[in-house]
Design a protein around this ligand. Structure first.
Ligand SMILES: CC(C)(COP(=O)(O)OP(=O)(O)OC[C@H]1O[C@@H](n2cnc3c(N)ncnc32)[C@H](O)[C@@H]1OP(=O)(O)O)[C@@H](O)C(=O)NCCC(=O)NCCS
Length: 150
């Protein structure tokens, strides 16, 4: 069975282009921000190097926002993102005692939407954003995972 028609259509959308320098500046500024919890993702099966990073931020009203990136293209789609989000949910709910984890992604990012869906997130709305990286307008989808949805 091929990808869903919606997924196929969205796949043709151009990805956001981001220079290595801009990405580095972005990540370093988050490292220095003490209100952001940053996690390095390692894989048991795909080599010794870290494969990605995730952040928990915007802590408010018993919840927080989650962001994640698997660095190398060839390591995406292997289940690492879903496993990392599952571990982060357990950290947020069981260790931090939070009640909600929020997330968002661009409408053409089918993989991230699939990860949210697999982990029980529900779509909670959408919005329009202008990217600070390329100044173009994108549709953003908002997701939410509640502790008591388990
Ligand atoms: C988004 C991201 C974190 C997901 O992590 P990942 O390890 O690649 O994802 P997983 O392998 O755990 O799951 C991907 C799911 O999407 C599905 N998928 C992959 N490509 C797809 C496509 N083109 N269309 C539809 N579904 C697709 C996979 O089949 C899998 O679902 P399944 O387990 O039901 O088969 C990772 O791809 C990434 O870092 N991308 C670049 C940065 C990014 O987009 N970050 C999120 C910003 S909000």
């Amino acid at each position: 069975m091929g990808p869903r028609p919606r997924a196929r259509r969205l796949e043709r959308a151009a990805p956001i282009k981001l220079s290595l320098e801009a990405a580095r500046r972005d990540y370093l500024s988050r490292w220095k921000d003490s209100s952001v919890k940053t996690f390095i993702i390692e894989s048991r099966t795909d080599g010794d190097e870290p494969i990605g990073m995730a952040t928990l931020y915007d802590f408010r009203n018993g919840g927080c926002e989650l962001g994640i990136k698997i660095g190398r293209d060839d390591l995406r789609g292997h289940g690492h993102g879903a496993e990392a989000v599952e571990l982060l949910l357990s950290y947020c709910f069981d260790t931090m005692g939070l009640k909600t984890v929020r997330g968002s992604t661009l409408a053409h990012n089918v993989r991230m939407q699939r990860v949210f869906e697999k982990l029980g997130f529900k779509e909670s709305g959408d919005g329009s954003i202008i990217s600070r990286f390329d100044n173009k307008r994108y549709t953003e989808l908002f997701y939410e995972r509640r502790w008591d949805d388990r």
